[in-house]
Design a protein around this ligand. Sequence first.
Ligand SMILES: *[C@@H]1O[C@H](CO)[C@@H](O)[C@H](O)[C@H]1NC(C)=O
Ligand SMILES: *[C@@H]1O[C@H](CO)[C@@H](O)[C@H](O)[C@H]1NC(C)=O
Ligand SMILES: *[C@@H]1O[C@H](CO)[C@@H](O)[C@H](O)[C@H]1NC(C)=O
Ligand SMILES: *[C@@H]1O[C@H](CO)[C@@H](O)[C@H](O)[C@H]1NC(C)=O
Length: 395
Amino acid sequence: MLMSRPVELLGTSWVLFAGLLVPLQHAAEGTEKAAAVGSSVLLPGPDNITHIYSTRWEYLDGTGSRTILQYYRGSHDPAICTPYAGRAVFHPSNGSLLLEDVQESDSGIYKVTVNAGDRESLKILLEVLKPVSRPQLRSSSLVAQATGEVLCDVVEGRVDAITWKKDGQPLPPDRGFYLSDSFSVLYLRSAKKSDCGSYSCNASNRISWQETSLNVTVAGLSPPLQDALRIAVVAVVFAAVSGWGLIFPVCQSEKLRISPSIAIILPEIALTYVMVVNFVVSATVTFQPTKLTQLKSKTAQRMMGYAAPAGVVSVVLTTSFLIKNIHHRHEEGCTDFVDVTALTVSTAAVSALPLLAIFLCYHTTQGWLKDRDSSWADKERYIPYCLFPCKFIPS
Ligand SMILES: *[C@@H]1O[C@H](CO)[C@@H](O)[C@H](O)[C@H]1NC(C)=O
Ligand SMILES: *[C@@H]1O[C@H](CO)[C@@H](O)[C@H](O)[C@H]1NC(C)=O
Ligand SMILES: *[C@@H]1O[C@H](CO)[C@@H](O)[C@H](O)[C@H]1NC(C)=O
Ligand SMILES: *[C@@H]1O[C@H](CO)[C@@H](O)[C@H](O)[C@H]1NC(C)=O
């Protein structure tokens, strides 16, 4: 048998052989191939062979070798072994082998030997990979000044690398931490406004890559602060409406000047609402209304008279200050400000109702008293009952 053994092949073979012994990334070029599951791979035969008399393809696993096919020039078809029958196509002209529909289990070393000579052999490391699936990107709830994280998780496919971008700009590789091969975390320490933006995560392996983006927002206010804001808004609106309730009677004409009892009772209601001493007090007051008329002492009346407007003013001041601080805090994030319009309107409506009721009732009482031709002093005694359903008015 005449064999062509160019001198170069000697060197090439040794390089190739050595390449398989050292770690994968150092293997000589051209001996590695990567393919996606289900695709076809063309495994080339050795170069530089002018006359091919016989060709043998083997699959090497850790322990031994398994013959894929054997071909002799002159025979019609190559002898393809059972597991490869139907999915291996051999090209006698150049010794290459086309493997169709490769699976992960096909990963390994393929060796082709031409003309039964060791020097005319070639080893190819084939890696069959599943394409990476689209990464799942999510973030923890991000609040200004707290630590948050953006998580990138790849469910399927062996991932070689995960890279991060923010607003299209690559982030330094050390920003992302691998919790596993297919799970990377980006920590946002002491989150701030500049952390808001579009984050993308690119998961790749040798045959594919997939990228997902997520718009990340940092909230200036934590949920408890949002609640504090709502309560503050309610307090301010209640206080403001109550303040109006205090001023309005003073602006009335001399004839309609409100009695001291009203001046006490209005802020009473206001403060009861504002400080949310609420239902218990209200219930007591509703079911035992006489308790209110027992406030006979001049000092007690005066104290109540000063305490009420002072309370309203202090509530407005402190809550305004609180809202200002909360708003400042909100500026550290990038979310929309908590919408308090509906809250403001409904609070105003609800807090105005009792005032409205009182004035309606007051005027009804006026009319009723006029009919009776009673003295102003008498009215003073009856007015407190306006706070409660008119049926309490003594006949
Ligand atoms: C070998 O020959 C076949 C058919 O002639 C061709 O499709 C294939 O690309 C060739 N392989 C190489 C490695 O050149
Ligand atoms: C073998 O291939 C090399 C390049 O890979 C080339 O330089 C050389 O001439 C070839 N030898 C023969 C005998 O074809
Ligand atoms: C994702 O990463 C791969 C591998 O590094 C790269 O080829 C590809 O261009 C990247 N995709 C984008 C959108 O940057
Ligand atoms: C992110 O926000 C931009 C505009 O702010 C929008 O065009 C884009 O579709 C958003 N992306 C996602 C993933 O929601």
